[in-house]
Design a protein around this ligand. Structure first.
Ligand code: DC
Length: 224
């Protein structure tokens, strides 16, 4: 069996990984794997069950019992199902985002989700573009193309403020939130965000979405 092209894109929150990964997947005629959505769904499951998030056994039980599924859509995205229910919008709330670190920092939760991510890639009949934090380092160390997509904290805060529009807090508040998530993601004990030596570093602070995709296509072509 010929192996499908597998491109992984890691990087900090707000660097534009989602837009870039979706658009790259489309340009390659492939499918998009949003691993962050899985951590979001499992966090939502824990919140809905009302477990004590500090209780490791309770977290593991949620990961083992909840059914998380990603369904690629015809457009560029994918839908997130939790126990069969479409929770694509609900997993984006601030409450979920603010509590993900409990689940994302848990070794057993990660073990369960990593297995789901590998199964998704194995089952794909098209190229896969996956985005996350630990894809090159842990989940898919043998990926065909590894990218580390980055942008400055200031630029990421500016982009987030634009997304939030009138509801946005001050830029300094957003910068603090982003810096906190960066610190949590890169200093946790299990599967921290790291830039592996064989990843191509793309700093997109000064690039628009079209330029980012063009750059990523160059990287993919160079690797083939
Ligand atoms: O990419 P995102 O913002 O939707 O990710 C949500 C959270 O999930 C983020 O705080 C870090 C975590 N995450 C992770 O630990 N490992 C991944 N492969 C993807 C996301």
């Amino acid at each position: 069996m010929t192996r499908r092209l597998l491109v992984v894109i890691d990087g900090p929150a707000g660097a534009g990984k989602s837009t870039a990964s979706r658009r790259l997947a489309r340009a390659l005629g492939g499918t998009y794997l949003d691993t962050g959505a899985m951590y979001r769904a499992i966090t939502l499951a824990a919140l809905r069950r009302g477990i004590d998030l500090a209780d490791g056994r309770a977290r593991a039980a949620v990961a083992e019992q909840a059914e998380v599924e990603l369904i690629p859509t015809d457009g560029e995205g994918c839908r997130v199902l939790l126990d069969g229910e479409d929770v694509s919008a609900e997993v984006r709330t601030r409450e979920v985002t603010g509590n993900i670190h409990w689940l994302a920092g848990d070794a057993r939760v990660r073990e369960v989700l990593v297995e789901l991510q590998r199964a998704f890639a194995r089952a794909a009949d098209r190229p896969v573009v996956a985005e996350g934090r630990d894809l090159a380092s842990v989940v898919f160390p043998d990926a065909d193309v590894k990218v580390y997509l980055d942008a400055s904290v200031e630029e990421r805060a500016r982009r987030r403020a634009k997304e939030l529009g009138a509801a946005s807090p001050a830029l300094e508040v957003l910068q603090d939130e982003i810096a906190t998530r960066d610190r949590r993601d890169s200093t946790r004990d299990v599967a921290p965000l790291v830039r592996v030596p064989d990843a191509v570093h793309v700093d997109c602070s000064a690039l628009g979405p079209d330029e980012v995709v063009a750059r990523l296509l160059e990287v993919v072509r160079a690797a083939r």
